[in-house]
Design a protein around this ligand. Structure first.
Ligand SMILES: [Fe+2]
Length: 212
């Protein structure tokens, strides 16, 4: 965010992924920039409404509509930043290392990394437009996977996004057919930056087991 209060689009050093073309990434960066622009635009317009200290009755319909859209645009901006950040420039190495904190968290909550992955991939294949996100509950360290409709419906307040996967068709349509979302999800997994995931994960000792 700049000193004037508006957000600037971030630049991502990301190319050469496995199964996700540079052309897709370029288009996706442009879409992301659109969310940053709209977030700024809505914020400015809402600021205009409230600067005289009240929202008049005749202003309420327009003010309400802008405010409702703010959640869509804001989450569209932020989730794309999480998504690009958890991809590895030049391609990744596949699944998480067995010794990582992430695998330990997955085992503590799901019983095994493979079961965690089955759940995350399953959510990613759900019909609809949205995201699959693995969150960590900051209160107890447990992780859980969630489906987010569009950008804003289904996010859990206060939970930290650990792994964020865009499954809107624009994320893969230049590389795969609409029905080939599973192939894109496979490609996504081969490009995950597990160092980023590991850094996002807060260290907890004695994470409560799902079976406890
Ligand atoms: Fe996207």
């Amino acid at each position: 965010m700049t000193s004037t209060g508006s957000y600037q689009p971030r630049q991502f050093n990301l190319s050469g992924l496995k199964g996700i073309s540079d052309q897709t990434l370029e288009m996706h960066f442009k879409l992301y920039e659109g969310y940053v622009k709209e977030t700024n635009n809505l914020t400015e317009r809402i600021t205009e409404f409230i600067k005289d200290g009240n929202v008049d009755q005749d202003e309420m319909p327009a003010y309400s509509e802008l405010s409702r859209r703010l959640g869509f645009e804001y989450n569209g901006m932020v989730l794309h930043e999480y998504y690009f950040d958890n991809l590895q420039n030049g391609g990744g190495t596949g699944d998480a290392a067995r010794t990582s904190q992430f695998v330990k968290a997955a085992e503590a909550t799901f019983g095994s990394y493979d079961i965690w992955k089955t759940d995350f991939v399953g959510i990613g294949k759900m019909r609809g437009v949205g995201w699959a996100i693995c969150y960590q509950n900051p209160a107890n360290g447990r992780i859980s996977n969630h489906w987010i409709t569009l950008h804003e419906t289904g996010n859990v307040a206060g939970f930290n996004p650990i792994l964020v996967m865009d499954v809107w068709e624009h994320a893969f349509l230049l590389d795969y057919k609409p029905a080939e979302r599973p192939k894109y999800i496979e490609a996504f997994f081969s490009n995950i930056n597990w160092n980023t995931v590991e850094e996002r994960l807060k260290k907890f000792t004695g994470v409560q087991s799902a079976r406890a």
